[in-house]
Each structure stands twice: as structure tokens, then as C-alpha cells.
Write a protein that binds this ligand. Structure first.
Ligand code: KG4
Ligand code: ZN
Length: 344
């Protein structure tokens, strides 16, 4: 399976065998390009994808010791993401599928993140509750034994990664902010500021991080207005603790309610040290097994898209050459039917 991922600022292509063996996984990150703007500039991202997609595809085939003739099917992320970026990967995938007369599979990028765990852990058992946390999404999903997925909770406003990135920017840390907050927090006191834990007690699995982000930013502005210095490590650690407390509490409650003994973490924020530690502790004390991917599979990559594509392909999904980018693609069943051109 050839996988292609261009939904945001990573141009990636991968060859994955039988949905389990990564033969190659080439990721070209544009992060340095966007750093000076403090975020991804969509127009800049799509131009770079255009420049990088063919060399990245060539390298993925070379690294795998494969040629296009060895490819059984092509899987591509078709949403959610930036429309101009998505279109570059989709156009490449369609061209290869047409030229090689190979099946084309459209993959939801968020579902792709979940399959990073399938690739990384051969002993993974389903059903499971999966917390998918990245720059664009925060979702709690129930993954069935048959690989079906049901959304049981989502963010109502900012995604967890978005909150990390915005707080980091106000603290004067680099972009993307998550890894910086993670790093500086190790030197800080997580109880120094008592930030809110939004919706932690509510009897649902939804999240809301906009209020927490605003509370942190207001705290920093107040200190600056008073002419006081901002204790960056303490503020970062306190913010991170509040966010991790909410993510952990809701994930554990979901696992208990759904009576599953497996929990998965996926998406860029799954690389967060504190989140992994806290969730591990809570899972261990309940006999729940926790799985998370290695850092290279947490971030956007095409191997996870190829793996998800393999399972879709096995269950009969095929897209045709009318496959289009769906920037706002959701995880809901009805939306999938409506928006995905996949035909079983
Ligand atoms: O999955 P991803 O690479 O792209 C999207 O699909 O959004 O996730 C990127 C997000 C960014 O917001 C980044 O700050 C966050 O993941 N991130 C982290 C860490 N590493 C990446 N957040 C917290 N702690 C980390 N160690
Ligand atoms: Zn992602």
C-alpha cells in the first residue's frame, strides 16, 4: 500500500506491507518554513507540497526497494485539513492510481492517526477507547473489534494542540508550541497557578479548552501589566497540568463506562510526556492497557494513512477519480456517507 499525507505542513509518503510492516515512511516537515510566521500559512504550505511531493514519493519507493509496479493500492488523506495542501496529495494519488490501474482509497486523516497504534503495537487488542489529540482535533472514540469507530466526545472549541500552540506563543516559546511547553514544564511547578479544568465534572465526554487558554493568557498579561516577570516554566507547567487532568479524567471515565481494557492515545499531542505519564498511572491502577505510538508516528505521517487504507481496502472501500478534498471532514457516520466518495 502506498500512503500519501499532505493535509497540513508535512509532505509524507510511505510504503506499508499487509497493513503492518513499514517498508518506508518519508516525512518532509515544513515546520522551519512556518516558524517565522508563528503558524502554518496555507498558501505557503501548498506551494511547498507541490515542490516536495515527487521527491518524497521517489524516496519512499527507493527506501522500500519498490517500484510503482509493486504497489497494490494507493491510500491518501482527503480531509480534514487545508484544502490546498490536501489537493496536492490527492492529485498525486489519483495520478498514480490511474497510471498503475491500482485501487484508490480515501482516508480520514483523524482515523489515520489511530492506525499509528495498529502499526506500532502488534499486541494491540480491540475494543478500545482512543483519545486523538492534535493541532486540529480532540476526540474520544470507541474503536470496535471490527475497526468501526463511534465518536463519544469532541472538543467544542479549541483543540488541545491549538491551546498548547497559543499559550506557547504568548509565553514567547517557539512554534509549534507543544514540544516547547512539554520541555520547559519539566523545570516548573505544576501547582503554582490553579487554572480551570473545564468540563472535568460534566457528565459527558466533550472538551472545551478555549476558556483555559484565555485564563492562561490573561494571567500572563496581568503579570506583564504589573511589571512583574512571568515565571515561564511555572505557568507552562500549570497550564499543561490543567489540560492533562481534563484529558486523563475523561479518557479514563470513557474507558470505564464503555468497559474496555485498552486505551489508545494518538495525534501530535500524544507525544506529550505529562499526558503519557498521567494516563499510564491511571490505566495501571485499573488494569487497563495503554498504547501510544512512537514520536515519529504521533506526528502527521503517511505510514498511518497506508495502514488505515489497508483496512478500508480489505473491507471493500474504493474511491474513484472524483475523490476531492474535504477540509472539514468529520468522523460522524452520516458525514462520511455524504462527504466521502468511497463506495463499498
Ligand atoms: O498530529 P499533528 O502533527 O498535526 C495535526 O494533525 O494537527 O499535531 C500537531 C500538534 C501541534 O499543536 C503541536 O504543538 C502538538 O501536536 N504537539 C505537542 C507535543 N508534540 C506535538 N503537544 C504537546 N506536547 C508535545 N510533546
Ligand atoms: Zn494530524
Amino acid at each position: 500500500m502506498l500512503g500519501i499525507e499532505t493535509s497540513c505542513d508535512e509532505t509524507s509518503a510511505a510504503v506499508v506491507e499487509d497493513g503492518s510492516t513499514i517498508r518506508s515512511n518519508v516525512i518532509s516537515s515544513q515546520v522551519l518554513m512556518h516558524q517565522k510566521f508563528g503558524g502554518v500559512v496555507p498558501e505557503v504550505a501548498s506551494r511547498h507540497h507541490v515542490r516536495l511531493i515527487l521527491p518524497v514519493l521517489d524516496q519512499a519507493l527507493n527506501d522500500a526497494g519498490a517500484t510503482l509496479q509493486d504497489i497494490s493500492a494507493v491510500a491518501v488523506a482527503y480531509g480534514p485539513g487545508l484544502v490546498g495542501s490536501l489537493l496536492v496529495g490527492i492529485s498525486a494519488a489519483k495520478s498514480i492510481a490511474m497510471a498503475c490501474n491500482a485501487p484508490l482509497i480515501g482516508v480520514n486523516h483523524v482515523i489515520g492517526h489511530i492506525y499509528a497504534n495498529v502499526l506500532a503495537h502488534k499486541d494491540l487488542t480491540l475494543p478500545a477507547v482512543c483519545l486523538t489529540v492534535s493541532g486540529g482535533h480532540t476526540d474520544l472514540l470507541l474503536i470496535g473489534e471490527d475497526h468501526s469507530h463511534t465518536v463519544i466526545g469532541s472538543t467544542r472549541d479549541d483543540a488541545a494542540g491549538e491551546a498548547f500552540d497559543k499559550v506557547a506563543r504568548v509565553l514567547g516559546l517557539g512554534y509549534p508550541g507543544g514540544p516547547h511547553v512539554d520541555r520547559v514544564s519539566r523545570e516548573g511547578n505544576p501547582s503554582s497557578v490553579k487554572f480551570p479544568r473545564p468540563m472535568i465534572e460534566e457528565d459527558n465526554f466533550d472538551f472545551s479548552f478555549s476558556g483555559l487558554k484565555t485564563a492562561v493568557i490573561n494571567h500572563i498579561h496581568t503579570l506583564r501589566q504589573r511589571g512583574e516577570s512571568v515565571p515561564v516554566a511555572d505557568v507552562a507547567a500549570s497550564f499543561q497540568q490543567a489540560l492533562v487532568d481534563v484529558l486523563t479524567a475523561k479518557t479514563i471515565r470513557a474507558a470505564e463506562q464503555e468497559r474496555v481494557s485498552t486505551v489508545m492515545l494518538s495525534g501530535g499531542v500524544a507525544a506529550n510526556t505529562k499526558l503519557r505519564q498521567e494516563l499510564q498511572r491511571e490505566c495501571d491502577s485499573r488494569g487497563i492497557r495503554l498504547f501510544y505510538p512512537p514520536p515519529v508516528l504521533c506526528t502527521d505521517n503517511a505510514a498511518m494513512i497506508a495502514c488505515a487504507g489497508y483496512y478500508l481496502w480489505r473491507s471493500g472501500h474504493r474511491a474513484d477519480l472524483s475523490l476531492n478534498a474535504v477540509p472539514g471532514l468529520t468522523l460522524g457516520g452520516a458525514d462520511r456517507e455524504k462527504e466521502s466518495p468511497d463506495t463499498p
